[in-house]
Design a binder for this molecule. Structure first.
Ligand code: HEC
Length: 145
């Protein structure tokens, strides 16, 4: 019996190493995440024709500290941390699953969910809504993780 149990337990270790390797690399976004980004880019182009999303601008905004919203959330990283392959934490101490779709494949796969949280998180950090262009940039950055 003990032999069977230890055999079953063994594969967990290599799997953990594989997950670490995948999360370190830049991932190719899945179809659901690409569709969410495409919808946001379309919204941004309705305001600014020719708009092109920038993962770099998105990263800069996400990692910055606007500190213009609630005092306890100066940055997106206040809750999501700077390592988006790892779990974050709400101000109430509740775990937030990692943001990276390469780690949590359901991440950023539904426009309504994404929109709902932008509506809540942007004012917390920026003291205002994110613009459609900012949201497209943020998504371009996040879906590639
Ligand atoms: C007060 C803590 C907090 C801050 C600050 C915060 N978030 Fe979040 N965020 C959450 C929580 C909680 C959720 C919902 C739970 C979950 O998705 O695991 C969430 C969800 C999201 C989602 C939805 C993810 C999905 O899979 O659909 C996005 C996108 C997001 N946040 C982006 C941001 C951005 C961009 C910022 C900075 C402007 C930010 N968050 C700041 C707590 C925070």
């Amino acid at each position: 019996m003990a032999l069977v149990v230890s055999r079953l337990a063994q594969p967990a270790v290599p799997l953990l190493f594989a997950a670490a390797l995948v999360s370190a690399a830049q991932a190719e976004p899945g179809p659901a995440q690409r569709a969410v980004l495409a919808q946001q880019v379309e919204a941004a182009r309705a305001v600014a024709p020719g708009f092109a999303p920038s993962a770099e601008r998105g990263r800069t905004l996400f990692m910055s500290s606007p500190a213009a919203g609630k005092p306890d959330t100066p940055s997106c990283t206040s809750c999501h941390t700077t390592n988006l392959s790892r779990a974050g934490q709400s101000r109430a101490g509740k775990a937030i699953e990692p943001m990276a779709p390469s780690v949590v494949p359901t991440r950023l796969s539904d426009s309504a969910t994404v929109e709902k949280w932008f509506r809540r998180n942007c004012p917390d950090v920026l003291g205002r809504d994110c613009s459609v262009a900012e949201k497209a940039d943020l998504l371009a950055f996040l879906i590639g993780l």
